[in-house]
Design a protein around this ligand. Sequence first.
Ligand code: SAM
Length: 196
Amino acid sequence: MSFYSNLGGIRAWGRKLVLPISKIQKLIVECLFEKYHIKKVIDFGAGTLYWSKWFSGLLGDNGDVIPVDIIFEHTKPATPMNCISHIDQIPKESLSELSLFFCCDVLHHLSEEEWAPAKEVAYRYCDYVVIKDINCHYRFKNCMNKLHDRIINGEKIHDVDPDILLRELKNAGFEVEYRDIHKLWYPHFMIIAVRK
Ligand SMILES: C[S@@+](CC[C@H](N)C(=O)[O-])C[C@H]1O[C@@H](n2cnc3c(N)ncnc32)[C@H](O)[C@@H]1O
């Protein structure tokens, strides 16, 4: 077995170590999929398609998952899913009241200008929004996360303030649920928003 053939397994193990995967999945199922008939999921910043594949399983044959990631400009993943590289490639009229906008650990990679077009799609055109990120109010833990990203990816990382997101979502007409879920030194937070 080569290193590459084991890479998926190593990634899955690393993800489980730092991310409260089962709690996130349980909340999404209980707060959204058991209550509402969701037909489309936009997985913004889909990366390795981990969440896109999980949502595909939840939606079944009649649902539609659209993975969006800037990296798909250069590398299209081998999947039958309709992967796109820019959020504005999704025709607005194809978004309905049955659409969920999901983004996990993407916001702390984005400037306000980069987030703006995706935010517009989420707040204006989707009826369900789930945002999972790192809470900047836990200053030490937030710095640890920034350090991790800086060392591993060499990226500049932005603070994500969940209070701002909650305020914006309420102003856009959503009812919001909020959870802090800490794991290791990561102050994860999760927002689940449903349009009123
Ligand atoms: C930490 S990864 C998270 C990946 C995935 N959501 C997950 O939880 O496994 C952040 C992802 O955001 C993507 N990204 C960064 N800027 C973006 C942008 N402007 N539009 C779409 N995706 C972007 C990156 O390419 C990367 O795949």
